[in-house]
Design a protein around this ligand. Structure first.
Ligand code: HEM
Length: 373
């Protein structure tokens, strides 16, 4: 199943097919921020980024944008937040199975409610795709791709409508919060460190100039941008405990005996701030990656925001394209100021813990447009 997703949904070819969609959607965000810039409006940046990511994810997975009310009266962001929260809370039933049936924390009940909402929504979307099957779309969304595999019978394992729904939900949840939360953290760190912001803007000016907007094809030429993103992911890995793993064999790690079938939780948040590994670990200093070959692909265990190995994130490439493109646009097109004369150093960086760890407070800021056109 994982191989199928990697090859059919998250390959470079598939990522590139959605490039013009991302360009259009990010363009819409920039236009709306430009409007805010004209009147000096304070913008809820967290909300703007999250909404953009809901749209990008819906278009890629389901083929069209959905309004909040299409999911449930609570809406997408609230339901995704609820899912991440329920999934992250330690469940007593996992540790004392005889307590599981009692559901003392009410987690099973909450999970069932969330599952029903998503299931109804996915059933509706699949039915729509079946009805409109004859439409000849230029780019197949994830539902089309999964349904085609199901109908062809080519999968070498059981693959029916239940599996299609499971993959769609996985892709939707995994892709939604992670990229937008990372962009929020990167932008927060940049606003908090104006000298880093200036240096990144200078790179963007040198490579792109001020007469046109950034394109995805520019991203490989933006070295400092990559360093900034690595540094933000070191301090703010959005999945601070990765996803729980299980040891397949008895093993010894760093002198600790880990019996087969133990639940293993890797605290990458702590690794990212470990003073034994990083100089001045608490400081935001993208320059630490200058000339270093540490990358984000899971080879360097001191920096594994996407996990590592066979269960590492298969959406890494897609996630990085979205983050790099969006951060580059936001920083290239605008200067950012905090509201009510707040100093950058006073920006609150508290975290709100969940499977995905977000900012505790929304990021509010005033954009000023800085391109020539
Ligand atoms: C900033 C963006 C992202 C970050 C930081 C991130 C991070 C992670 C992490 C830490 C894991 C767990 C790895 C482990 O436990 O070893 C994971 C798993 C996963 N990610 Fe991502 N991810 C991002 C974006 C995406 C996107 C865009 C998608 C797809 C649309 C995606 C799909 C998945 C899936 C399906 C898994 C489960 C893989 C498995 O269990 O085998 N991720 N991700």
């Amino acid at each position: 199943m994982r191989k199928l997703c990697t090859l059919e949904l998250l390959s470079n070819l598939k990522i590139n097919q959605f490039q013009s969609m991302r360009r259009t959607e990010v363009g819409l965000l920039i236009s709306s921020l430009k409007g805010a810039s004209k009147i000096g409006e304070i913008v809820d940046v967290s909300d703007k980024i999250a909404s953009l990511n809901v749209d990008i994810t819906c278009l890629m997975v389901f083929g069209k944008k959905y309004a909040d009310k299409d999911l449930d009266e609570k809406g997408f962001k609230a339901m995704v937040k609820e899912t991440a929260e329920v999934a992250a809370v330690p469940n007593l039933g996992d540790y004392f199975p005889y307590l599981g049936v009692l559901d003392l924390q009410g987690l099973t009940a909450r999970m069932k409610t969330v599952a029903k909402v998503f299931d109804d929504f996915l059933e509706k979307i699949i039915d729509e795709h079946v009805r409109n099957k004859e439409d000849h779309k230029q780019t197949k969304d994830f539902v089309d791709t999964m349904m085609a595999i199901m109908e062809s019978g080519d999968a070498e394992f059981e693959f029916d409508r239940r599996h299609v729904k499971a993959v769609l939900l996985d892709m939707f949840l995994a892709g939604m919060d992670t990229s937008s939360t990372t962009v929020e953290w990167v932008l927060s760190e940049l606003i908090k460190h104006p000298q880093v912001m200036k240096k990144l803007q200078k790179e963007l000016e040198d490579v792109i100039g001020l007469d046109r907007m950034v394109e995805e094809s520019d991203l490989d030429n933006l070295e400092y941008l990559n360093m900034v993103i690595k540094e933000a992911l070191r301090l703010h890995p959005v999945a601070p405990l990765l996803i729980p793993h299980a040891s397949m064999e008895d093993c010894v790690v760093d002198g600790f005996h880990i019996p087969k079938a133990s639940r293993v939780i890797v605290n990458i948040w702590a690794i990212g701030r470990d003073p034994k590994v990083w100089d001045e670990a608490e400081k935001f200093q993208p320059e630490r990656f200058l000339g270093s070959d540490i990358d984000l692909r899971g080879r360097n265990f001191q920096l594994i925001p996407f996990g590592s190995g066979r269960r590492g994130c298969p959406g890494l490439q897609l996630g990085l394209v979205i983050i790099r493109f969006l951060v580059a646009q936001l920083v290239h097109c605008f200067d950012w100021e905090l509201p009510n004369g707040m100093l950058p150093s006073d920006l609150n960086m508290d975290e709100y813990f969940g499977l995905v760890t977000t900012r505790a407070e929304r990021l509010m800021a005033i954009p000023t447009y800085r391109l020539h056109k």
